[in-house]
Design a protein around this ligand. Structure first.
Ligand SMILES: [Zn+2]
Ligand SMILES: [Zn+2]
Length: 741
């Protein structure tokens, strides 16, 4: 007998599924993952089918009205993954369904768009004289013609945008008989302009070949598991991924490779497309909805078998899935910052488990969580400790800025050692990267008389001074203010406020002063706001049009410039001072990544780390590229303090404009939660969050700790459903929180 009842989750946020009858005429069309229209109360709702049953325990069921689209949007394994996400991350089920389907696909009636397409008329190409006449009369129409002449066919919308011409401008071109406009389907290809030369697989080095063999063994296992690929920077991990993906393709399976958004550079895409060509789909946050929809459908239809993308590419409908790769698995960027707050690395491991697919986690600085699993034998550990082509690891020198300050009689941004090292690179026509993880010019505007610092009225953070605009900016909410003429402490009002603290702008100014002839660029979120600015700066640097690149962590990751022989870390202590138990781990990761940019070509690299804490374990271990020593020390501290990975940490954040309501709500919630927590779970707080106020919202936070999140998530989830928060107070839950701010 075919199922007669369907379980349905609607878009309406209720965290609950409802039963509906399947009318006879829809039998066979209602499947798991089908999108349906159902009566809901007095209105209509859209829903997804999450179960098929022979009968229901509920009386008087309403019937499904219609099925939207031709095929289901997810299959049973993906549904199981969504259920796991909702449960593990204490999130409403409908939000987990939303997470696995891109909005562009979920939307009613989303489909390959039939659009107005502009086509170049082949019959009657205009003469140069006619073209020149048009350029005089209407430069915009002429620009549109120039684009289409080159591209032959594109959507009218894209053409209009590219040439800055209004739609009726295109109509004029049509009237002239130069182009035709008609309905058609063009796949919205995000990389139409990119030409990629095909590449073939190189011969792997010994360590790479061994890593590949280990991954292949895992892929061939009856119950494939997880491989942790610990490879130093420059050891050629990507080449191993590509070879393993080829193995999956050869077996008739597809693969997904996740990379942090920031590493999704044209360089990365080129490597995948060069090897696998048109079968590569790319998913990242800069795609338009249309492009995302079309890439997703191309994957669902089996036309694209290899998916490269950021976090959410994890849910791409690759069937059957042969390999999941998570590169830079330690990256906090894999954590989603809205509900469900999942970690793509951990969900990848779960998807691999549910679909019997091997998972590769790769990093030069694995997370403590993953490394612990690998040491315990839960993951297969593979190491690549040599750089490819016998390149040596860069020589790392730690510069003690305390001694430097004493020598110079005052604090300087650049130590004498670093200045000399840069001078040497300039003389040898080699390139330098300078890293500081803080943008702006001065990171505090301070009164020298009373010590008052200018803070954002809406956020509990200091204002940062930006030199170009000569304004103060809040890096939390983005608000901008003029620098006050007088100290804004009403009891002081002294003149001459000072700019203190260092940001990338000030580093740039200092370097320009010392090396006025050097070609210098800065890369941080202030200079990469414009579309393609990021790629433009990197392109200049790659071509050798720049000598020195100064930047924030944007320049730390994944970049591979053979001519960079010097990396300078201006102030390594910055990330050590974060109020977070992961500060040392983050610092070690960052220093290792930054240092890894040096010496990737034929000339050995050098790294200078400037610091006021030269003997800190994070600094010392990154100097020696000694992951195990760092791990052993850090893991002992975590064990002693009962911090992750020995416990699962969840934060519950309360936010609202009214400080009293936030405090009352958080206390009420905490008291009711505590009453239902088992003894194995520990609760701390509620207390004001380290970032106590952001964007005008007060923030209070409580933390939950237990060996397994299962100890407290059921009680937490039940309370979230039942709890009535005070008006204007919102609650967000972050299971396995990575940030404590
Ligand atoms: Zn003052
Ligand atoms: Zn602010």
């Amino acid at each position: 007998m075919p199922p007669v009842v369907a379980k349905i989750i609607t878009d309406i946020a209720l965290d609950r599924e409802f039963d509906y009858l399947i009318p006879g005429e829809l039998a066979g069309r209602v499947r798991i993952g089908s999108v349906v229209r159902v009566p809901f109360g007095r209105r209509w709702a859209r829903g997804f089918v999450t179960g098929l049953l022979d009968r229901s325990d509920f009386p008087n069921l309403k019937a499904i009205e219609s099925v939207t689209g031709d095929w289901p949007l997810f299959d049973p394994p993906m549904l199981r993954l969504a259920r796991w996400i909702a449960e593990y991350y204490a999130a409403p089920f409908e939000s987990a369904i939303a997470a696995i389907l891109p909005a562009a696909v979920r939307r009613v009636g989303a489909k390959f768009k039939e659009q107005l397409v502009a086509t170049r008329c082949e019959a009657a190409l205009p003469s140069p004289v006619e073209e020149a006449a048009l350029a005089k009369k209407s430069p915009k129409q002429a620009a549109a013609w120039a684009v289409l002449k080159e591209r032959r066919e594109m959507t009218a919308a894209a053409l209009a945008e590219a040439a800055g011409v209004a739609p009726d401008g295109l109509r004029r071109l049509e009237q002239k008989g130069w182009i035709t406009l008609g309905k058609g389907v063009i796949r919205r290809n995000p990389h139409a302009q990119m030409t990629v030369l095909p590449t073939s697989a190189p011969v792997l080095m010994d360590e790479q070949a061994a890593a590949l063999a280990a991954i292949r063994a895992e892929m061939a296992a009856p119950k494939p598991g997880v491989v942790l690929l610990h490879g130093v920077t420059g050891s050629g991990k990507t080449e191993v991924y590509l070879a393993a993906i080829q193995t999956a393709l050869d077996a008739g399976r597809g693969a997904i490779a996740l990379v942090p958004e920031i590493a999704l550079t044209p360089q990365t895409m080129e490597r995948f497309r060069g090897r696998f060509g048109e079968t590569v789909a790319v998913l990242h946050s800069h795609l338009s909805d249309g492009e995302r929809h079309d890439e997703w459908q191309r994957i669902a239809a089996g036309q694209a078998r290899v998916v490269v993308g950021a976090r959410s590419a994890l849910f791409a409908p690759v069937r059957p899935l042969g390999l999941l790769v998570v590169d830079e698995e330690h990256e906090p960027a894999y954590k989603q910052d809205e509900s469900p707050r999942y970690n793509a690395r951990d969900v990848a491991v779960m998807r691999g488990h549910l679909e019997s697919c091997a998972v590769v986690l790769g990093s030069a600085t694995p997370s403590l969580e993953s490394y612990r699993h690998a040491r315990a034998g839960k993951y297969r550990m593979v190491k690549m400790l040599k750089r490819v082509d016998r390149r040596v690891m860069p020589r790392v020198r730690v510069v003690d800025m305390r001694i430097e300050t004493e020598k110079a009689g005052a604090a300087h941004l650049l130590s004498q050692d670093l200045v000399e090292a840069i001078r040497l690179r300039l003389a040898q026509a080699e390139q330098t990267m300078l890293f500081l993880n803080r943008r702006g010019y001065a990171t505090a505007v301070m009164c020298p008389l009373c010590g008052h610092t200018e803070t954002c009225p809406d956020c509990s953070v200091k204002m940062t001074y930006h030199k170009q605009s000569e304004l103060m900016m809040c890096h939390v909410c983005g608000s901008i203010r003029k620098v006050p003429v007088l100290c804004s402490n009403p009891d002081c009002k002294a003149p001459n406020v000072k700019m203190t603290g260092v940001g990338t702008q000030r580093v740039e100014a200092a370097v320009r002063k010392i090396f006025p002839k050097a070609r210098i660029a800065r890369m941080d979120s202030d200079t990469t706001g414009a579309k393609d600015a990021h790629a433009k700066i990197l392109g200049q640097f790659r071509r050798g049009d720049l000598d020195i690149l100064i930047g924030t962590q944007m320049i730390a990751k994944g970049l591979d410039f053979p001519n960079v022989t010097l990396v300078g870390v201006i102030y390594a202590d910055l990330s050590l001072m974060m109020p977070d138990f992961r500060a040392a781990e983050r610092t070690f990761q960052l220093l290792t990544q930054v240092a890894g940019r040096a010496g990737r070509g034929d000339v050995p690299g050098e790294v200078l780390i400037q610091t006021y804490a030269p003997f800190h374990p994070a600094v010392q271990s990154s100097r020696n590229a000694d992951f195990d020593t760092f791990y052993d020390q850090e893991i002992e501290m975590r064990r002693e303090m009962r911090y992750p990975p020995f416990t699962r940490l969840t934060t519950v954040l309360f936010k609202g404009a009214d400080e009293v309501a936030v405090e009352a709500g958080s206390k009420d919630f905490a008291a009711r939660l505590k009453a239902n927590l088992p003894a194995a779970a520990r609760m701390t707080g509620p207390a004001p969050a380290p970032l106590a106020k952001a964007k005008g919202q007060h923030r209070a936070q409580l933390m939950l700790w237990a060996a397994s999140a299962k100890e407290y998530v059921p009680a937490l989830r039940a309370l979230l459903k039942a709890f009535k928060a005070p008006k204007g107070v919102s609650i967000s839950v972050n299971v396995d929180a990575l940030s404590l701010m």
